[in-house]
Design a protein around this ligand. Sequence first.
Ligand SMILES: *Cc1c(COP(=O)(O)O)cnc(C)c1O
Length: 383
Amino acid sequence: MIPIAKPYLTVEEAEAAYDTILSGWITQGPKVQEFEEKFASYTNAKYAVAVSNCTTALHLSMIVADVGAGDEVICPSMTYIATANSIKYVGAIPVFAEVQFGTYNLDPIDVELKITSKTKAILIVHQIGLPADIDTFKALCKKYNLKLIEDAACAVGSEYKGAKIGSHSELVCFSFHPRKVISTGDGGMITTNKVEYYNRLKLLRQHGMSINDRVRHNSKTVVFEDHVEVGFNYRMTDIQAAIGIKQLEKLDWIVSERRKVAEAYHKGFQDLSCVQLPIEAKGYVSNYQSYSIYLKPNCQISRNTLMERLLDVGIATRRGIMTIHREIAYKSASEMPSLPVSEDLHDNSIIIPLYVLMDENVVNLVIETISSLVQNEQKPVLV
Ligand SMILES: *Cc1c(COP(=O)(O)O)cnc(C)c1O
């Protein structure tokens, strides 16, 4: 079976976890601090705060951005459900905007149409690793006095206008789930350039505690902590951070390996008239967290049949990115928004295998099988 994805973990990560376990310090401590410093330096952000996953990173970002009950936050429906859940956690209302064909990213024109007097923030998503048009959304936020939050769960190592994702705005949230580009098992990170956000995020992730364990442990005098606000336990462990440090060292290489596979897919599928390939405009560098292909209406094989045929020959695929407004948890909430592009993209696209050290023969097998299925199933053209 050819899997859809595979985390790239080696004996180095295993040894780092081993050493940390035997060090006597296993929860948030020196390794978390080291991972944060290295991550901030990698992304060229001033600060980085490690947390338990990207969902908690998004939750804390909503809080520090002062998003609260009754506020509206504009985000895509075509994204992982955690994007919208994080808005719900603070009692705010996700307002779903349309995405663009070919990039799967938020459409700034539709976003602007959805801004109301209640809008507090725009939550952009760099979908499956391709950066959204950050500058356009920054300008919108400035014009309407809104906060910008980036859901960069999939976009570690991706670049926008010559800089790594993580450096462009005040709140950027990353995921280290195994389905993403680097992994710590579970894990997340928030980058920011704003010292007030940095300090509050550190408080909130650890019960609102004014002094963390590491500082107290290293102190030569007795210190007592205060709990200055109601916080959460959203800590990353030192075991995870030790793995993350090793993953971060490999990140640029991992991205370049993923891009090689994507390049082979671009070439292999370029002559198929019935499929739309991912678009990567100038100034945008995707880490290809996933490779999605869209079956155009002139394609005679249905998306589900194609997935079944591929599974029959041992090639795993997934349906396109979900649309949150059609999930049970969101469906009955209010009137169904009209999002035809998102629905069409979800219904007619598939995500195909892409992972580091994917054998060239395997890549070619995927290309040949999809090409032949898509072509052979086409109805003959009547003349
Ligand atoms: C995976 C993902 C998340 C959630 O990340 P976790 O680390 O699993 O909490 C959020 N948003 C998007 C777009 C994702 O792909």
